[in-house]
Ligand binder design. Structure first.
Ligand SMILES: Cc1ncc(COP(=O)(O)O)c(C=O)c1O
Length: 1004
């Protein structure tokens, strides 16, 4: 290995799963034995029930790389990026990353755990999110902060939708043109073909701030306005007249949505949004990008969408209309204080098409490290950071405007640490010269506003990453280009009404203290490292360390998404290659890399469908989407978000048309055929998960696609279950037009306790022209950026969760053509083997589908007799499955997916990560659980028994929700495990049964 490569910070040989070929747990002997048990002779036989006409025989991809080759390769790609002194900011500023970030990112219990739906075994994640919510609450003053949304732009869109729900009979949101252009494009893309109308409020050419008179005119003349969305610091660096804007909203009885930079709300910074308005009445909602609180620019992602809403004596209702997860204070049945997810009856998994949003995976782990970083900074750290940024900006503005022809563009408008200069030369050429001299000198904003034209404008941003030397060298660079002829302009004074009123009182903790605290929290969760994490549909497989290593290379993390393409060749290579990888894997000719989660991938797909139909003049006519009843909640929620409102008018269905399942577990194709006969001309498309959520392959998928295409519709495949079919099935042959690949499932990026996810969307030739965002092309050995000719817009300001693309890319390079196929095959083999074993003792669902082979997952249930026994012992049938899920926690495992897609089902997905021995042991545990429930059903009343807390009283937590506490020097208490989780795994199931029974007796 070359000496210049960044050393690994772990020992792969000491890790149980890191060096296994293709990260597959079963060795050849295991595979042979499992095949034999199933009566199969080879891995191909697992797919014998699927028609060969839809298969791919090889994946058109290179051979896999060895571990050593991979380390060298990712370092080489990272080295192709040029790290320069950067003054880019433009809504994604770069600040120092605190010392706690690296170590917290290494806590596998936090990075690899699933969304904390089982609070008794997820207090670790819940506490980190609680700290995040509480600290952001302290910074902004808002009482309720959610546990994160994707990024600023989509978060703002959710806030705008929330406003429409809150203001009766409203249709319109006024959006300041002084928000970042990339954000504005995302808003327009989302709003197209929905009921939301966006009216843009212009900038004033004189002040470089929102034109307040124009805003007043809009408010006076536009009907049905719900809200005004505006920034505190705008896209020219100027501080907006936030008090006036909020006053106008209050007077007009509409909502104010403030978009802020959370860093600038630290001690010594700008006024908190809760105090905006001359009466300090505060904005109604706050939205922000928080990526830079936690991590470097990472070529634009993962971001962190911060959202907050008021929750106080005057308003306890608005929160019910918001999007996203909230962590709340809760108590367990014994009165121990703990945390749990609350208000989930607004969310897609419960409310489906009536949900307030389609969001499922969020940016949980970025929120976790943002919380840890805020503790590391504390008020003092924030103050120091802001002083440094401000001092650099003050020094630079005065020095740079002393050069001939260089002016501060908006002399009367205050800024904090970012300002717009007018240059005497073409800005693009100036930036290009600076690039050659080692600077990313700023962003060209000459054409940002139609009201301000014909000038050469440069937006420059300063922060604590800059040293005095950097500022001096910037000034020296200007000195080489221009003559020093005048006295410079001093930074305009920031009016006191714009400045902070009270410090947020963020406590500062030592690096050691924070790391130890988060490590203890990590132990309260489970990780797929330790053993089977059987959550069906979630593909909780091993997340290789080398992926994180690659993503953490400074050559990647320090690159700003607006860096000139010649400085970002390494990042662009990753994006180009991942496009190629997913073309090979899906068999489809196009790839979109913007999606940051499965649900967003779905939305991207549907928005492309709409653009396609619009282009053919059928935009209005195609108003129905066909979706099976067993679909994940995100599918119907996404359909609504895209603009397919479900209703029945004069007996005709609009929006979602629901398809039922056949007894064999597959969708009812005849029902679809009947519908197409009468309504085919109205069908925009279908959304079908394949293999479906019962783990069954839809063998009639190809036929269905042909029928849908014949009536002019399009086919969306929910690819959450690609782990069963990647490299085996050709989605082009299946007739798929769009499919999302959840990188946080099949493609091994860590789930992060709820996110960030990522979704790469494959598209057919029909949709190539409508691809949103940018595409990376290779010309003369260089990577460049282009856009599709009829692009449907943009879903991310940049390239999605870029750091996750590196992880998936690294994984796929480790698999190569053979590995991708084998991964899927062994995932199916493991599931089918386990299913066969467990089907001997458990009834399976769907009840009449026993002869239909399972793919990557399967659903168990109880016999009617067992349900009756349990009910007789005092646990109602409706609660039984959830309680059995909690019994898994007593054996050291995570619960399977409970009550989805079958109300009385336990869905188990083992993945390919585990050896036969581990599968056998797990199978033994599941059988023991059945025996225990059959012989002692009463234990379900007190489950779980060994987690830090007893069962959580979620009803009480939802009644009087509490979203934050004042975090001080004493961090929230951590309740220890009653029995160490590792000890549970190392105990025999029989011993544990005994222990459970004793504990049950004692707790009565
Ligand atoms: C079948 C299916 N579709 C869609 C999703 C949504 O994906 P995400 O959570 O990444 O938004 C999931 C997530 O669990 C899923 O299982």
């Amino acid at each position: 290995m070359k000496g210049s490569h960044v050393p690994l910070n772990y020992h792969p040989e000491k890790l149980k799963r890191e060096l296994k070929p293709f990260y597959i747990g079963a060795d050849d002997k295991d595979i042979t034995e499992m095949l034999k048990t199933l009566g199969l002779s080879n891995l191909e036989d697992l797919y014998a029930h699927i028609d060969d006409s839809v298969k791919m025989m090889t994946v058109p991809m290179d051979k896999h790389m060895s571990y050593e080759e991979l380390i060298a390769h990712v370092n080489d790609v990272a080295a192709k990026n040029k790290q320069k002194i950067s003054f880019l900011g433009d809504g994604l500023p770069q600040y120092k990353v605190t010392d706690v970030v690296g170590p917290v990112c290494d806590i596998r219990g936090l990075t690899t755990a699933y969304t904390p739906y089982q609070p008794e075994r997820s207090q670790g994640t819940l506490q980190t999110l609680w700290i995040y919510q509480s600290l952001i609450s302290q910074l902004t003053g808002f009482e309720a902060i959610n546990a994160s949304l994707y990024d600023r732009s989509t978060c703002l869109y959710e806030a705008m939708n929330c406003a429409l729900r809150l203001v009766k009979d409203s249709t319109t949101i006024v959006v300041a043109n002084t928000l970042y252009p990339g954000d504005l494009e995302v808003l327009e893309t989302h709003a197209r073909e929905t009921e939301m109308k966006i009216v843009r409020a212009p900038v004033s050419a004189q002040t470089g701030k929102l034109d307040i008179d124009a805003l007043k005119r809009i408010l006076n003349t536009t009907p049905q306005i719900a809200a005004v969305a505006f920034p505190q610091v705008n896209n020219l660096g100027n501080i907006e007249a936030v008090d006036e804007i909020v006053d106008l909203c209050s007077t007009n009885n509409i909502k104010s949505i403030a978009v802020v930079d959370p860093m600038l709300l630290g001690k010594g910074g700008l006024k908190a949004p809760v105090k905006f308005g001359t009466r300090l009445q505060g904005a109604d909602m706050v939205v922000a990008e928080g990526q830079h609180l936690a991590i470097g620019p990472n070529f634009g992602g993962p971001g962190l969408g911060i959202f907050g809403i008021r929750y106080n004596e005057q308003d306890k209702i608005s929160i019910r209309s918001t999007a996203g997860r909230f962590v709340g204070k809760a108590q367990d049945l014994k009165g121990r204080e703990c945390k749990a997810l609350i208000l989930s009856t607004r969310e897609q998994h419960i409310r489906r098409e009536k949900a307030t949003s389609n969001i499922c995976s969020n940016q949980s782990f970025v929120a976790t490290i943002a919380g840890a970083s805020m503790l590391a900074r504390g008020d003092e750290g924030f103050e120091e950071t802001l002083k440094t940024a401000r001092a650099h900006a003050e020094k630079a503005v005065e020095a740079l405007t002393s050069f001939e022809g260089v002016e501060l563009k908006f002399k009367g408008s205050a800024f904090f640490n970012e300002f717009t200069l007018k240059l005497p030369v073409n800005t693009k050429e100036f930036i290009s010269k600076a690039t050659k001299e080692g600077f990313q000198v700023g962003v060209d904003v000459s054409n940002r506003h139609t009201e301000i034209t014909g000038e050469n404008l440069l937006l420059i941003s300063f922060s604590d990453i800059h040293t005095d030397k950097h500022i001096d060298s910037l000034i020296a660079f200007f000195g080489k280009e221009f003559q020093k002829t005048k006295n410079g302009t001093a930074a305009p004074k920031i009016q006191s009404v714009m400045l902070q009123i009270d410090a947020p009182e963020i406590p500062k903790h030592s690096t050691k203290e924070i790391i130890e605290y988060y490590q203890r929290l990590g132990k309260q969760n489970l990780s797929p490292d330790d053993g089977i994490y059987p959550l069906g549909s979630c593909t909780m497989k091993y997340n290789p360390y080398i992926n994180d290593y690659a993503a953490s290379l400074p050559g990647f993390t320090n690159i700003h998404p607006e860096a000139p393409v010649e400085d970002a060749q390494g990042c662009l290579e990753i994006l180009f290659e991942i496009q190629e990888q997913f073309k090979a894997i899906t068999g489809l000719p196009g790839v979109v890399t913007q999606g940051v989660a499965g649900a967003q991938g779905e939305l991207i797909g549907l928005k492309m469908f709409q653009a396609y139909h619009r282009d053919r003049g059928e935009g209005d006519q195609r108003n129905v989407l066909i979706i099976p009843r067993s679909a994940h909640g995100t599918n119907p929620a996404t359909a609504t978000m895209a603009g397919y409102q479900t209703k029945v008018v004069d007996g005709q269905v609009y929006g979602i048309y629901t398809v039922e399942a056949l007894p064999n577990g597959e969708m009812n194709l005849n029902q679809i055929k009947e519908f197409l006969k009468t309504d085919g001309h109205r069908v925009a498309g279908v959304m079908v998960t394949n293999p479906n959520t019962a783990g069954i392959f839809e063998t009639q998928f190809k036929e269905m696609s042909a029928l849908i295409h014949a009536v002019g519709g399009l086919v969306y495949m929910d690819g959450a279950n690609m782990n069963a079919i990647a490299g085996i099935l050709d989605l082009n042959k299946l007739g798929v037009d769009a499919v999302h690949n959840n990188l946080h499932k099949t493609w091994t990026i860590p789930h992060g306790g709820g996110g960030p996810g990522d979704a790469i969307v494959g598209v057919s030739h029909r949709l190539l022209d409508f691809i949103p965002g940018v595409q990376i092309v290779k010309k003369d050995g260089m990577f460049d950026i282009t856009r599709a000719p009829k692009s449907c817009g943009s879903f991310h300001r940049h390239f999605g969760n870029f750091a996750h693309k590196i992880r998936a890319y690294t994984y796929i390079k480790a698999l190569g053509a053979d590995g991708v196929r084998k991964m899927s095959q062994v995932a199916v083999l493991s599931a089918r083997y386990l299913h066969q074993r467990l089907a001997k003792s458990f009834p399976c669902l769907p009840a009449e589908a026993n002869s239909n082979p399972r793919m990557h997952e399967f659903i168990l249930t109880l016999s009617p007799e067992t349900f009756k026994k349990v009910e007789a012992s005092g646990t109602p049938k409706a609660n039984t499955i959830a309680r059995i899920g909690k019994l898994f926690l007593d054996f050291g495992f995570h619960a399977p997916t409970v009550a989805f897609p079958e109300q009385f089902g336990l869905m188990i997905e083992p993945t390919e990560t585990y050896s036969k021995k581990e599968l056998d042991q797990f199978s033994g545990v599941v059988e023991t659980i059945l025996k225990l429930v059959t012989e002692h059903p009463e234990v379900l009343k007190t489950v779980p028994h060994f987690t830090p807390i007893d069962r959580v009283d979620e009803v009480a937590a939802n009644k009087n929700p509490v979203f934050a506490e004042k975090i001080g020097k004493h961090l929230p208490d951590i309740i220890p495990d009653r029995v160490d989780n590792e000890k549970l795994r190392n105990s025999t199931p029989a011993d544990l049964c005994e222990h459970i029974l004793k504990t049950h007796q004692n707790s009565l």
